[in-house]
Every structure is written in C-alpha cells, then in structure tokens.
Design a protein around this ligand. Structure first.
Ligand code: UDP
Ligand code: MG
Length: 318
C-alpha cells in the first residue's frame, strides 16, 4: 500500500450546508498533488444532515473518511480524533465552514517541503464583530503576560503539522485539551503565513459569548499555576494592610477611646475581604475541578461509527 502523504482533518458540527462545497473546493485545490491524500471529517455529534452527507461522500470518493461521535464532544476532541486516525506524513487541520481558505494549503505544503514541522496560518480580524475583536486583542495581551507558552492573536487551529509534531501531540493525554497552547508547547520549527479573515457564509458560529469566556479561562489555567500564586500575593497584601490597620486603630483607641461611628470602615473591610476570598476560592476551585476531571481518566470522545466500519459492513453484505 502506498503511504498517505497528507491527511486533512476537518472538525464538523452541524455543517450540512458546508460539507460538500468544502470538499469540492479542497479536492480542486489538491488536484496538483501527485501523492495520495485523505480527508478525515470528524462529525462532532451533529444533529443535522452532516452525517448522512459524509456517509454518501465516503462511498463515492475514496479519499473521504469520517469518524462520527456519539454526541457533541467539542472541537478539541474532534481534532484529537483526527490525529488518531490520520495516516499521513503530514496533517492539516482546517474548519469545515470555508472560513479557512483552502487556497492557502499549497503555501502550507510549501512550508513543509522547506522543512518546517509546523506551518501556521494566521488571520487578521478584518470584518469581524468589533466587540469580539477588541475583547480578543485584550485577552491575548493579558494571556501572554500570564502563561508560559506564547499565544498569538489570530492564530487558530488552521495549520500544517509534520508526523513528528502530531506524534508529540498524541503523547499528551490530558483530559482538558487547549490545542492552541499545546501547539505552542511542543515547539519545533515554525513558519507563519498570513491570510485575510473570511466571514462565515453558511450556518452559525458555534461560539456563544459564554463558550468564549470558558475557552478564555481554559487558556489561562491550562498552562500554569500563576493565578494561584496571584491569589497568594493578594491574600498576603490584604492581610498586611488589615494588620496595619488594626495596629493603628488599637493605638488610636488607647489614645482617644472607642469611636462609635465605624460603620463604613467595617462594611468596606467585610465586602473587600469577602470579594478577595471568593475570587481566590474560585481560582483554587478551577484547578481542583481540573484535577478531579483528570483523575476520572474518561475518554475524550466516544465513536458511534467510522467510514472504515461502514465499508466493512458493506463488504460483508455483498
Ligand atoms: N466545531 C466542532 N465542534 C464544536 C464546535 C465547532 O467540531 O463543538 C467545528 C465547526 O464545525 C467548524 C469549526 O469547528 O468546522 C470552527 O467552529 P466555528 O466556525 O463555530 O468557530 P469560529 O470560526 O466562529 O471560531
Ligand atoms: Mg468558523
């Protein structure tokens, strides 16, 4: 059997309008490629016609494969499943919604031929919702101050990875995966290519504001324990101030006697300390929650069916 050169991984969640246009655009782009390639769609528990479409495509086109999850496990799990099934010498991760321009794939492959293990496609945020782009810009500034890995604004999952890089990512078995951080953590030679932001034509983005906030928190707590240290320092500073205040007040009481009006001071101290304690507890809770999830060692996803299984069934029926 000839070795597959390129595996294209496509996480797809309710993308019925996009699957076919995407596949045909991809096939046209890769028509120049002499070596064998495959495209692995990961149906992340879609409730629309994504799965039947994939079943049909995989019957008609031999390079199309799919893995279908039992429910929606999230894009991170879909990417992991893609890595596990990919046979290729190099792997490209790309969205199904045509927001990642397939025309950039030759440039990614060129980078690979030049010897880079990661070729990253970076977008500008042209045409994006102004609130989302401002918040994102601020978030990346903050996160790069806090975490130990470098995360760049506009850099997403659209990238090419060599077999070595994929194998390195597969070794990391953590339950709560934050791919952006993992890609940066593994290192290797990297090249960045740029493209203009493309707005989604069909279907809707699966990122609600709440999901984005949770993803943002994942980014911060997945890669370091600095927030815990921050809580410790805040606690220490607050305690020092409180002790100083008590000391000063005691001297005052000895000098001038007990002063009855003190309502404002007491309330502010109680509220301030309460706030600091709750935030610190929340941060500690984030980490404990993660430890709890990791100790369960649950699989990242469950597979309902794959194109391979379906094909075997068809052969058995003949
Ligand atoms: N996706 C997925 N599982 C999810 C959410 C999204 O596989 O739970 C896929 C989705 O089908 C798309 C890609 O991940 O191919 C990016 O999702 P989306 O377009 O919603 O994100 P955005 O482009 O807005 O960041
Ligand atoms: Mg999108």
């Amino acid at each position: 059997m000839t070795q597959t050169f390129l595996s294209v991984i496509v996480p797809s969640f309710n993308e019925e309008e996009n699957i076919e246009p995407f596949y045909f655009a991809l096939r046209d782009t890769l028509s120049f490629l002499q070596e064998p390639w495959e495209v692995i769609f990961i149906d992340d528990g879609s409730s629309d016609a994504t799965l039947p479409l994939l079943q049909r495509l995989s019957v008609w086109h031999q390079e199309v494969q799919y893995v279908s999850f039992t429910r929606n496990f999230g894009k991170e799990s879909a990417i992991l499943a893609g890595f596990k099934h990919a046979q290729g010498e190099c792997v490209i991760i790309i969205d199904a919604d045509l927001q990642h321009p397939v025309e950039k794939i030759p440039a990614l492959l060129e980078g690979y031929q030049e010897g880079y293990d990661q070729v990253i496609a970076c977008r500008n945020r042209k045409g994006e919702n102004i609130i989302r782009s401002t918040v994102s810009g601020f978030y990346y500034k903050l996160i790069n101050k806090v975490v130990d890995v470098k995360l760049e604004n506009g850099v997403g999952d659209f990238r090419l990875l060599s077999r070595r890089a994929v194998d390195a990512l597969l070794v990391m078995s953590e339950g709560n995966r934050f791919s952006k951080g993992l890609f940066s953590w593994i290192g290797f030679e990297q090249k960045v290519i740029y493209y203009d932001n493309v707005c989604r034509k069909n279907g809707q983005s699966k990122w609600s504001p709440a999901k984005l906030i949770n993803y943002g928190i994942d980014g911060i707590v997945s890669f370091n324990v600095r927030p815990l240290r921050f809580c410790l320092y805040t606690g220490a500073i607050t305690l020092t101030c409180a002790l100083l205040y008590i000391f000063v007040m005691l001297i005052e009481i000895f000098r001038t006697g007990i002063d009855v009006p003190g309502y404002f001071t007491i309330i502010s101290a109680v509220l301030f300390l309460g706030g600091v304690q709750l935030v610190s507890l929340g941060v500690v809770g984030e980490y404990i929650g993660r430890i709890y999830n990791e100790t369960k060692r649950r699989p990242h996803y469950l597979v309902k069916e794959t194109s391979e299984q379906k094909e075997r069934q068809r052969y058995e029926q003949i």
